[in-house]
Write a protein that binds this ligand. Structure first.
Ligand SMILES: [Zn+2]
Length: 748
């Protein structure tokens, strides 16, 4: 027996030895929280041949943190379960050998949830080390330990081993998944940040060499640390978890409500620095189990007659659409065409253009979306109307040479260089291949393909004073002591347009929200700007025969001195409307309505907005009844008193919340006063503003309006904050979201 390699013994001794290593590195002040043995097979074979053990020590992978130092990805202790078939097969007693094999196979197949036959197969292998399962958690490892203890009489512990390793862990599950990416079985980065920054995160593997004493296995080891392991660096992202959360929440709701055929994407970018504050694709995946399909994708795979493969769907759910997809931006691009004409002094905001519905360029007829045409309009009005004939005219005025020069200057001919893998290149008409018709279609954002990240970077340049910045997601690299070893500085590639032109673009984008197709991007209390776009997916349409669209909107806020640009795109909306103004603009509104107060911007409501949207509820707790009533009535609200006490003990809704005019604040004046009974939340979807008001008051609820309620189109509710049929206390505020659904107001 002494001449045969005793793997278990070897493992134990190596672990003791490694404990010395840990002690050693601790004493020398080196931080090493977890160690991992790899290459088990290799050192085992070395052991039998040379009596020399060369062991690698892997340091833990660095963390990934958001801009507020919240952990997005970290490493947990995990365990690898292995067995030692040679030690079983070397047993002389055939009956005992069989009993041990079946006992092990039964035990590990149950605990590790693998097939019994597969487990039995492992015990038959002519090798000294078989990995049964990697990256199991402690509870599973404990069950294996218990199993070996329960079978002590068979000496099972000699044939099963447990190695401590690390396992990547993402505490927020799918949050920012397409940005973070994921790792493989050996903790190697396979996608996203995990892949792009793999070398930084991985750190440096250490090595220990140990020699076996010539007198035999029972003798102590001598060992030497040849190279110390070095823990991976951590990364601080520009992503803010809260902004990421609201971007994902509203994007996901829109992808579902519009039954998007090919998902949706959103980017929130700091227009001045290029820092990406949020970046999302929905539906996406959970990086803790990246090879599991989402429920929706599993259903697609399982559907009768499904032509999908699992790999195809996995690749889709891993795909970061904002950098890897290209699309025709459509009318959102009119921002860029407008900027060219203004910068070259070929137009002013008041230059006038005629739209007679159709325009003919080199024999090709182009129509405006408005039947009969817009007639004479200024540049600003043409932007508000999103009039194609006007922008074709402007494009012809700019000419192919200058158009191509600006197209390149706005960064649309090259990758942005964002620090993420898989960035696609754009496809466009080069200057020498651009005739009058290519120029015409390019002027309103069609017949060329760019990535969403290129588009939002170009729009950022158009509104930030003219600077084309490089977008980025990693702001700092930290060493294992959280010392900053590298910081990302904003890179301004060039100034494309003047501050003066940029200001004019902002003015036009504000007008598009106030009077044009982006009314649904409106944010009460804040001055913002936006431009919508709807484009056909030309390549896909040719293949399938049916027309598919991408609906998108880019918003900027605050419009006078923008900090944020928000791009939302819904790919293949199937929920009725496919216009950017109907499908994507409301999502921009929802996101900015929460993002701006979060970033410290104070809402400043106009009188009109105050009348329609939000009245601030005063806090009246501990006030006497008369004072409380006066305060609330002065705020434009009503009261209802419950109980016979003299002071207000409780109020609903609470002070500080906002409520539409005419809402009711319930004042409780007695401990144990009979509570108002719960009420059932009604369905507001499809209701007009006044209908919603009536529905809420009949139900004993308060209502808060958000979205677009002030334009002259057909305004209806499309979403509510509390689901219908939910039981809630009387007086609870339900937020109801409104948008204009009339095609004339949202087409572009
Ligand atoms: Zn027109």
């Amino acid at each position: 027996m002494a001449t045969k390699a005793n793997k278990k013994m070897l493992k134990s001794i190596l672990l003791i030895m490694l404990a010395f290593v840990i002690l050693f590195v601790s004493v020398t002040g080196y931080r090493l929280t977890t160690i991992m043995l790899i290459n088990g097979e290799k050192y085992q074979s070395l052991a039998s041949e040379q009596q020399l053990y060369d062991t690698l020590i892997t340091a833990p992978r660095g963390n990934i943190l958001d801009s507020k130092m919240n952990i997005l990805a970290t490493s947990d202790t995990a365990y690898t379960i292995y067995i030692i078939p040679n030690s079983i097969n070397n047993l002389q007693d055939e009956n005992k050998k069989t009993l041990i094999k079946t006992t092990i196979a039964k035990g590990i197949s149950e605990i590790l949830e693998i097939d019994f036959e597969t487990a039995l197969g492992y015990t038959e292998k002519k090798t000294s080390y078989v990995t049964v399962k990697k990256r199991v958690d402690k509870s599973v490892a404990d069950k294996i330990r218990q199993f070996t203890a329960d079978n002590k009489d068979l000496g099972i512990a000699r044939y099963i081993g447990i190695d401590e390793t690390t396992k990547r862990y993402y505490p927020n599950d799918s949050l920012a998944s397409v940005v973070l990416g994921f790792v493989g079985d050996d903790n190697q980065g396979l996608a996203g940040i995990e892949s792009y920054y793999d070398a930084q995160l991985t750190g440096v593997t250490g090595r220990v060499v140990a020699a076996k004493n010539a007198l035999g296995a029972d003798m102590p080891f001598s060992y030497q640390v040849v190279e110390e392991a070095k823990q991976g660096n951590s990364l601080v992202l520009t992503i803010d978890s809260y902004l990421q959360h609201i971007a994902e929440k509203y994007l996901e709701q829109a992808v579902e409500a519009n039954r998007a055929g090919d998902r949706g994407a959103c980017v929130i970018m700091d227009v001045n620095t290029g820092a990406i504050r949020a970046m999302a694709t929905k539906g996406d995946f959970n990086p803790n189990s990246p090879f599991t399909l989402s429920e929706a994708d599993q259903a697609l795979l399982d559907a009768e007659g499904s032509t999908y493969t699992k790999n195809e769907l996995l690749n889709k759910q891993w795909r970061n659409k904002t950098v890897s997809d290209t699309y025709e931006p459509g009318s959102v691009f009119k921002i860029v065409t407008g900027a060219m004409a203004l910068e070259e002094d070929l137009a002013t905001l008041d230059s006038s253009y005629n739209c007679a519905w159709s325009i003919v360029i080199a024999g090709q007829v182009y129509h405006c979306h408005k039947k009969g045409g817009h007639g004479t309009q200024t540049l600003k009005e043409a932007m508000v109307h999103s009039c194609n004939p006007a922008f074709i005219t402007i494009g012809q005025l700019v000419g192919t040479s200058k158009f191509s020069k600006y197209f390149e200057a706005f960064g649309l001919t090259k990758k942005t260089g964002i620090d993420l893998p898989g960035e696609s290149i754009s496809v466009y008409h080069s200057e020498k291949n651009m005739g009058p018709t290519e120029l015409a279609s390019s002027s309103f954002g069609q017949t060329f393909n760019i990535t969403p990240i290129q588009l939002i970077t170009a729009v950022s340049a158009a509104v930030n004073g003219g600077n084309l910045v490089k977008p980025y997601v990693v702001s700092q690299v930290l060493d294992y002591n959280n010392n900053v070893i590298k910081s990302t500085q904003t890179i301004v590639k060039r100034q494309v347009i003047s501050e003066e032109t940029s200001k004019k673009i902002r003015t036009m984008m504000q007008a598009v929200i106030e009077d044009g197709g982006a009314k649904n991007a409106y944010v009460a209390g804040f001055k913002t700007g936006a431009k919508t776009g709807t484009s056909e997916k030309v390549a896909q349409n040719n293949a399938s025969g049916e027309v598919k669209y991408i609906a998108s909107t880019v918003g900027i806020a605050p419009v006078d001195d923008p900090e944020l640009a928000v791009l939302v795109m819904i790919d293949e909306p199937n929920g009725g409307s496919y216009y950017g103004g109907a499908v994507a603009a409301p999502v921009v509104s929802e996101i900015l309505t929460e993002a701006l107060p979060y970033l410290g911007y104070e809402p400043q409501y106009t009188d009109k907005e105050l009348a329609q949207y939000a009245l601030n509820i005063p806090s009246v707790i501990n006030d006497d009844i008369a004072t409380a009533k006066n305060k609330i009535v002065a705020a434009g609200l009503k009261t209802r008193v419950i109980g016979n006490g003299e002071k207000v003990l409780r109020q609903l809704p609470l002070g500080g919340q906002s409520l539409a005019k005419g809402g009711t604040v319930i004042l409780y004046t007695e401990e144990g006063a009979t509570e108002e009974p719960n009420v059932t939340v009604p369905n507001f979807i499809g209701a007009t503003v006044s209908e919603a008001n009536n529905i809420a008051s009949a139900a004993g609820l308060n209502i808060e309006f958000t979205g677009n309620i002030s334009s002259n189109g057909y305004i209806t509710a499309y979403k509510q904050s509390i689901d219908p049929e939910t039981q809630v206390p009387t007086g609870t505020i339900v937020t109801v979201y409104f948008r204009d659904t009339s095609a004339a107001n949202v087409a572009d």
